[in-house]
Design a binder for this molecule. Structure first.
Ligand SMILES: Cc1cc2nc3c(=O)[nH]c(=O)nc-3n(C[C@H](O)[C@H](O)[C@H](O)COP(=O)(O)OP(=O)(O)OC[C@H]3O[C@@H](n4cnc5c(N)ncnc54)[C@H](O)[C@@H]3O)c2cc1C
Length: 481
């Protein structure tokens, strides 16, 4: 193995350069620690990588694309990512839900416009789903951390009472089937059955910023988030080595602390007998959820939607009705493929034309939920759904590339079987991510039991998404030691 660069004795080594690994590293380096980041791939960023997939000058996000939680992340704010080059492009429509070629709903940044579009359900949506602007930061502070006794009990009692409901029950408050589908499409980002307890929580969390700070994308591509984190780390003298997959703990250079932005399963394999038997079992038995099959498109023209809402946003959900979403989530949870998938999709160049420069091209992506580990190509089924809602779509496709759920796991070891949250989202794995809180006042789900060794990926609280809060909180615990 090639020798390690730099300091013979690091204060901290971070394995993995996803948003959580880089946030942990930057937080530690800014606190004066000598930090080395070790990444398996040849480039940094994990789920925030972007690349010129088909043509030079046209950038595609390889995984994450839309960043409602990144925009409100306390960690990203503290690290000052704007000063390190990160700019958000925020559309006036946070997301559009397309039913068919003639009907689409929208969640606007302007909450009055959302309510007006929802007709009879407008008042219920405002009361049950929206978060007042002055409550957003306190809510984010409570939710984007390990489950603990809340510091704002009233706020959390109100949120928790709704969040714990199954979506099937929560959405009975809406009269129109399409409003139910609109909410379900957001809640189902967590890939849970709509009948599952707490399946409403992810929907409420993602929709909390929708009418306040919006659902932005990063100007230039999601890679800009990773690049800003790297700039922040390097400004504090942190060092990064890429092309270094870690399989055994002995491969790592000496350090006072180690932070693993890896899957729980790989952590167990890397630490082996260093872990106490109980901790090892916990990581080995960590449950993974269904996967995702993604398709990226290079287009000659924007998607020819016939409705207005999807032309004014970076995020589109495509589903005929509530049943299509509920049936799909139940089907993939059972390990079967949906006949007709519902889609999460986006057209970043509509909102951020810099991604295609002067090429005159456009980019789009879509993904759907599939069983864990699936190697089925859902590309044709996804194109059918887009063509159903935007007739003529096929004619504007210049190139496309499908990544199956199994392929996602090969691309980034954290996405085991294509599970983009690196661990199923269930009530149990929300409360115990990845362990039950031993101390409910100051829980530390990051400690592995091996002195100085922490897990800091999205397998820890507060879970999936690009917000860096798993890495940030792990680093804060490490710094306090
Ligand atoms: C298709 C897709 C779409 C998504 N869309 C969104 C979205 O729109 N918005 C959003 O907020 N989130 C989205 N996500 C989820 C988001 O990308 C993840 O939750 C987030 O990236 C998790 O960050 P992380 O740092 O924990 O892990 P990752 O980003 O997965 O990074 C882990 C890094 O560690 C490296 N690594 C792992 N094991 C080792 C090892 N043994 N040795 C060395 N290096 C190792 C990996 O190569 C990788 O670079 C999406 C994910 C996918 C796959």
């Amino acid at each position: 193995m090639t020798a390690w660069r730099g300091s013979a004795q690091w204060d901290a080594v971070v394995v993995g350069s996803g948003p959580n690994g880089l946030t942990a590293a930057a937080t530690l380096a800014r606190a004066g620690r000598r930090v080395l980041v070790v990444e398996a791939a040849d480039t940094v960023g994990g789920g925030t990588r972007s690349a010129e997939l088909f043509e030079s000058g046209v950038v595609h996000d390889l995984c994450s694309a839309v960043h409602p939680l990144g925009r409100v992340s306390p960690a990203f704010a503290e690290l000052g990512l704007a000063e390190h080059g990160l700019t958000w492009a925020t559309p006036e429509v946070s997301l559009a839900h397309v039913v068919d070629e003639s009907r689409a709903l929208a969640v606007f940044r302007d909450s009055g416009a959302t309510a007006a579009g929802l007709g009879a359900d407008g008042t219920a949506w405002r009361r049950l789903v929206e978060t007042a602007p002055d409550r957003l930061a306190p809510l984010v502070d409570e939710v984007l951390r390990p489950v603990r006794l809340p510091h704002r009990p009233l706020l959390m009692a109100g949120f928790g009472a709704r969040a714990l409901l199954p979506v099937d029950v929560f959405t009975r408050a809406f009269r129109d089937e399409t409003t139910r589908a609109l909410f379900a499409g957001v809640a189902a980002h967590a890939i849970m059955p709509m009948s599952a307890p707490a399946s409403t929580g992810p929907g409420l969390l993602l929709l909390a910023p929708a009418s306040v700070t919006g659902w932005p994308i990063a100007v230039g591509g999601s890679q800009a988030i990773a690049d800003a984190l790297v700039s922040c780390l390097r400004a504090a003298d942190g060092v990064i080595e890429t092309g270094r997959p870690i399989r055994r703990f002995e491969e790592l250079p000496p350090a006072a602390q180690y932070y693993f932005d890896t899957s729980a399963r790989d952590l167990a394999a890397i630490l082996g007998d260093r872990l106490a038997p109980r901790a090892r079992r916990r990581y080995e038995r960590w449950r993974y959820g269904p996967g995702v099959c993604k398709i990226d498109f290079l287009l000659s023209e924007p998607i020819p939607w016939r409705t207005d809402a999807p032309t004014r946003t970076a995020t589109v959900h495509v589903a005929r009705d509530y049943r299509q979403i509920a049936d799909t989530e139940a089907t993939v949870a059972r390990g079967d493929h949906p006949g007709r998938p519902w889609l999460l999709a986006g057209e970043p160049t509509r909102i951020d034309p810099t991604r295609a420069g002067a090429t005159g091209r456009h980019t789009a992506w879509a993904y759907c939920h599939v069983p864990h580990g699936s190697s089925t190509d859902m590309g044709p089924a996804m194109i059918d759904e887009l063509e159903r809602c935007a007739p003529g779509f096929r004619d504007v496709i210049l190139a496309s590339r499908v990544t199956t759920a199994a392929g996602l796991g090969d691309y980034d070891a954290n996405y085991v079987g294509g599970d983009i949250a690196s661990g199923a989202t269930s009530l149990r794995q929300i409360l115990a991510r990845p362990r039950w809180p031993v101390n409910p006042v100051a829980p530390n789900p990051y400690a592995t039991g091996v002195p100085g060794v922490y897990l800091c990926s999205s397998a820890t609280a507060p879970g999936g998404g690009v917000h860096g809060m798993c890495g940030y909180r792990a680093a804060r615990f490490g710094l306090a030691r």
